[in-house]
Design a binder for this molecule. Structure first.
Ligand code: DC
Length: 231
């Protein structure tokens, strides 16, 4: 049996801990880590800079197709058309705009094409909202990572504060997360939902290390040493 590439798909709402978990698992397995939310954020940032209306779907689709997005792993970073934008896309305004931009079917088509190309040659841990349902429905391992909304809001607030963004309250962050999740779950195109064959993992009360071990056990159960898929 020859080695085949392995896809670990992690979906879930904002603040569930997807990035932390996905990064750690990718490092443990030696797989490429791909943050698809960063790609929607990059398109939102570009649209804002060019003053493109979020109602101009055609133009936004063109931007999504034209965008050259690199997801650097070492050091971790996001590069748009040659410019480092890692920190510029991590604020509540871009979060909301990314969520709006991501509801546009043409934008999704453009970015999903890029995501599939990234996963074509590498074993990957890819996180987002539609990875197990749309981008890689044949992924070997699918996780739906969830947590109580209040816990997700607190985690986001801690992240923002750690970056020096101290002006927000827990209530504001919770409102922001709820608004975004509702939009992401109710949109017509590729809404956030659990794939029927995904493992539901609730991280509300579980430390990161335990969630990580649980997912790694799943990966090992379905692969040999994380390298080959069991037939
Ligand atoms: O994961 P994130 O919070 O960085 O994602 C930002 C927005 O992008 C999120 O509100 C919904 C959208 N998104 C999406 O629709 N599909 C993905 N695969 C990833 C993100």
């Amino acid at each position: 049996m020859s080695a085949r590439r392995i896809v670990v798909a992690i979906d879930g709402p904002a603040g569930a801990g997807k990035s932390t978990i996905a990064r750690r698992i990718a490092a443990r397995l030696g797989f490429l880590y791909i943050d698809t939310g960063a790609m929607y954020r990059a398109v939102a940032l570009w649209a804002r800079r060019l003053d493109v209306s979020l109602d101009d779907h055609l133009k936004l689709e063109q931007l999504a197709r034209a965008a050259v997005i690199e997801l650097r792993s070492n050091p971790l970073g996001v590069v748009l058309n040659g410019e480092e934008i890692t920190e510029l896309i991590r604020n509540p305004e871009i979060s909301q705009e990314a969520s709006k931009v991501s509801a546009i079917p043409g934008v999704r088509r453009a970015l999903v094409d890029k995501q599939r190309a990234m996963g074509e040659v590498n074993s990957i841990v890819m996180e987002g909202r539609d990875i197990g349902t749309v981008v890689f429905p044949e992924a070997a391992i699918k996780i739906f990572l969830d947590a109580a909304a209040s816990v997700r809001a607190q985690r986001r607030l801690d992240e923002l504060r750690a970056k020096g963004q101290t002006g927000l309250t827990l209530e504001e962050v919770l409102k922001d997360i709820n608004e975004r999740d509702t939009r992401d779950r109710t949109r017509a195109e590729a809404p956030l939902m659990q794939a029927p064959d995904a493992e539901y993992v609730d991280s509300t009360h579980e430390p990161v290390e335990e969630v990580e071990e649980r997912i790694l056990m799943l990966v090992r159960a379905r692969t040999s040493n994380g390298k080959e898929l069991h037939k």
